[in-house]
Design a protein around this ligand. Structure first.
Ligand code: ASP
Ligand code: CP
Length: 325
């Protein structure tokens, strides 16, 4: 296919889901449909005149019940690049504080705005799925508790694919607070489905007993030693400790955590020479990652990941909102 063909010929109808609630229910083919389109949009991101306007006259509602810098902004940018209007609700100043229920809040906003898609982040596991049962438009999960953060895993996969060409057979280490991280969960599912060898690296207290539903479990290996886990890897993905969901006392101190599990130059040297360093952000420098690794222009892809958030979310909205276009 030529590049222009990607846009017109990508088989949006082969993507059969009404919502994007997680990676768990997606097939490898459906993941690749999103990534092909995201790649097309990524190639055109710097061209400010590129405005396909396929979502003209449509409304995207973003509902963030938890804080966000990257996800919320990139959904807004992505929707605007496709011609949609965006309504962001600040739920900290909403009437939830007066005792209104989540259900009544959703019914109210849905009735008032008639959105064509809703993007939702919530601290409750399964909240996006619950909201999808209340509305008649696509719901996109922007992160729910420790469950899933599907668009993060998709943008991470796009970043790897643009760097290496293919994900199958690549060795990817995901290191840190695996237990409480929705980024780790969605990435384990996606990368194992696409045939990567996934090393999950964590202290025993932050290593889940069970892998998330939907993982190709034979592709995933557990390590409690970071040196062994990142050895010969193509990708080293670091995670922030999710203190907002962690029981007190699991981690002794940030300094000790960094000494045992932080990514330093010396440890990174154990990975492949051309290994890339990733982090979903926000980073806690000096806890899970050293400054000079985070800012290393040869290996760090952290800002590239952020950038790839926009085309990835353009692709997701293009595909899910196709019925309306
Ligand atoms: N921003 C990502 C999330 O919301 C990762 C993190 O916060 O550590 O899951
Ligand atoms: N990676 C990520 O989801 O970042 P935000 O929490 O800033 O949206």
């Amino acid at each position: 296919m030529t590049e222009q063909d990607t846009f017109t010929k990508v088989d949006r109808d082969a993507f059969t889901h009404e919502h994007l609630l997680g990676i768990e229910t997606l097939s490898a083919e459906e993941i690749n449909i999103i990534l092909d389109l995201a790649d097309y949009y990524a190639d055109r991101l710097d061209d400010r005149a590129f405005k396909p306007n396929i979502l003209q006259d449509q409304i995207v509602l973003t509902l963030f019940f938890e804080d966000s810098t990257r996800t919320r902004t990139s959904f807004e940018m992505a929707a605007k690049r496709l011609g949609a209007d965006v309504v962001n609700i600040d739920l900290r100043t909403s009437s939830l504080s007066k005792g209104e229920s989540l259900t009544d809040t959703i019914h109210t906003l849905h009735s008032m705005l008639r959105p064509d898609a809703i993007v939702v982040r919530h601290s409750e596991y399964g909240a996006p799925s619950f909201i999808s049962s209340l509305v008649n438009c696509p719901v996109i999960n922007a992160g729910d508790s420790w469950h899933e953060h599907p668009t993060q895993a998709l943008l991470d996969a796009l970043t790897m694919r643009r760097q290496f060409g293919d994900i199958e057979g690549k060795k990817v280490a995901i290191c840190g607070d695996i237990s409480h991280s929705r980024v780790a969960a969605s990435n384990m599912i996606l990368l194992s489905k696409l045939g990567a060898e996934v090393h999950i690296v964590a202290p025993p207290v932050l290593m889940p007993e069970k892998l998330p539903e939907g993982c190709a479990t034979e592709q995933i290996k557990k390590f409690d030693n970071i040196e062994a886990g990142i050895k010969d890897c193509d990708v080293v993905m670091m995670l922030r400790n999710q203190m907002e969901r962690m029981q007190a006392g699991l981690i002794k101190s940030e300094r000790e955590f960094f000494e045992e599990y932080g990514l330093t130059k010396e440890r990174l040297a154990l990975a492949k020479d051309d290994a890339i360093v990733m982090h979903p952000g926000p980073m806690n420098r000096g806890v899970e990652i050293a400054d000079d690794v985070a800012d290393d222009p040869k290996h760090s892809m952290i800002l590239e990941q952020v950038r790839n958030g926009v085309p990835t979310r353009m692709a997701v909205m293009d595909i899910l909102m196709k019925e309306n276009t």
